[in-house]
Design a protein around this ligand. Structure first.
Ligand code: FAD
Length: 382
């Protein structure tokens, strides 16, 4: 019997690749393996669920059984890969070995964790999949006050969404502005003011040191000596591509699992896609790159090798309190921010020394200029 194409992960990367592959090849056995419950969902919706009053079941788009039928594939859920043996084209699930024709690592990125003192240190909720989201919703059922660690894109989105859902929100982050790696100061201030107008309170500078149970809730102790009473804490301090199993199998890794334009790792017949992949030095934790990658890789797996290319990939941040679209300049590019506008409406352009557009951040009414600006942006991977 032919060994199957095996995809590890049923997130947007895994399921979209399977869909694209089935458009080109309806025959080859396909096996998807996932550590989670295998439901199909759109992860970006996790930070809009409270405003839309959708619980985890409401965000789920299909059960794994339905996905298996749709994809003519086997979907193994709650199954964690424990090792890869590239020399024999097999992987390990504990003591069980599974052979593959081609293996695709689409196993995503894991929430960064920080050491925390206190008797409620286990009350920290990362929200990186549907099951995390269900756990967090259960934890704050009937409660009111949420503390968010991190004021990056995800922290700000959760802040906006939780406030739309009726929660009081405070944010703590060891930085001077929101989304420090994405936004120039004027745009960050516009977003912060928009969230503050909805009721958010920011504590920028300190970090959370200790979390204790107190008065039927929690008490958070910050490094500047201040304390915040809350009912639950969301951890949104970042994600780290999962590389450990790949590195242990001898695959080249850096920030992510390193792949070329064909999404090939350093080992034959093993590919990587989505949040875990570093494509020619780019580890982009967004949906658009993985969709382009899924289309290209499906062709490669179907016998017509195709290289991936990325056009400009602006990100629409889901902070309706202050609409925001950002296209960060490519890492390593040298430019200056030029800022126009004031208050909520900021147009910030990052220009090189010849005046060419490298990236932008648009807030408020300025987001209407995004289409015109997108035409001037350089591709991320030509
Ligand atoms: P995941 O969805 O993380 O899937 C990983 C899969 O691998 C899971 O099925 C997991 O169970 C499985 N797995 C992991 N380890 C193992 C193992 N050892 N064995 C078996 N299975 C394993 N991007 C945008 O472009 N726009 C947005 O608006 C946006 N909003 C977002 C909002 C939130 C709250 C978050 C968290 C992210 C957001 N993103 C957004 C990012 C985007 O959602 C991700 O880039 C994308 O979903 C990653 O998909 P993935 O399939 O690579 O990883």
């Amino acid at each position: 019997m032919t060994a199957p194409v095996v995809i590890i992960g049923t997130g947007l990367a895994g399921y979209n690749l399977a869909r694209e592959f089935r458009k080109l090849d309806s025959e080859t056995p396909l096996l998807l393996i996932t550590a989670d419950d295998g439901r199909s969902y759109s992860k970006p919706m996790l930070s809009t669920g409270f405003g839309k009053q959708k619980d985890a079941d409401g965000l789920s788009m299909a059960e794994p059984g339905a996905m298996a039928v749709q994809l003519n594939a086997e979907v193994r859920t709650h199954t964690r890969i424990s090792g890869i043996d590239p020399g024999h084209q097999r992987l390990w699930i504990g003591a069980e070995s599974v052979f593959y024709r081609d293996l695709v690592l689409a196993w995503g990125a894991a929430p960064v964790t920080v050491p925390l003192a206190g008797d409620a240190a286990d009350q920290l909720y990362p929200i990186n999949d549907l099951e995390d989201y269900a756990r967090f919703r259960a934890a704050i059922e009937g409660k009111q006050r949420v503390l968010i660690l991190g004021a990056g894109l995800i922290g700000c989105e959760f802040a906006n969404d939780l406030m739309l859902g009726g929660y009081a929100v405070e944010l703590v982050a060891p930085c001077e502005q929101v989304m420090p790696t994405l936004l120039p100061a004027a745009a960050a201030t516009a977003v912060q003011r928009g969230l503050e107008a909805l009721g958010a309170r920011f504590h920028l500078g300190p970090v959370l040191m200790r979390l204790d149970h107190a008065n039927q809730g929690l008490l958070a102790h910050l490094s500047d000596g201040s304390q915040i009473a809350c009912d639950a804490v969301v951890s949104a301090i970042g994600l780290r591509p999962r590389i450990d199993l790949a590195a242990a199998a001898g695959l080249q890794t850096n920030r992510g699992v390193m792949v070329d334009r064909y999404l090939r790792t350093s080992h034959a017949n093993i590919y990587a896609l989505g949040d875990c992949a570093e494509v020619e030095g780019l580890n982009l934790l967004y949906v658009m790159p993985l969709m382009s990658g899924a289309r290209a890789l499906a062709q490669t797996l179907a016998g017509q090798p195709a290289a991936v290319s990325y056009g400009p990939m602006p990100i629409t941040v889901k902070t309706p309190a202050c609409p925001l679209v950002v296209s960060p300049p490519a890492v390593g590019s040298i430019g200056q921010w030029q800022v126009e506008g004031e208050g909520a409406d900021i147009k910030a352009l990052c220009l090189d020394s010849d005046g060419k557009l490298l990236g932008y951040a648009l807030t408020g009414k300025a987001v209407m200029e995004k289409l015109a600006l997108n035409r001037q942006l350089p591709p991320l991977l030509a």
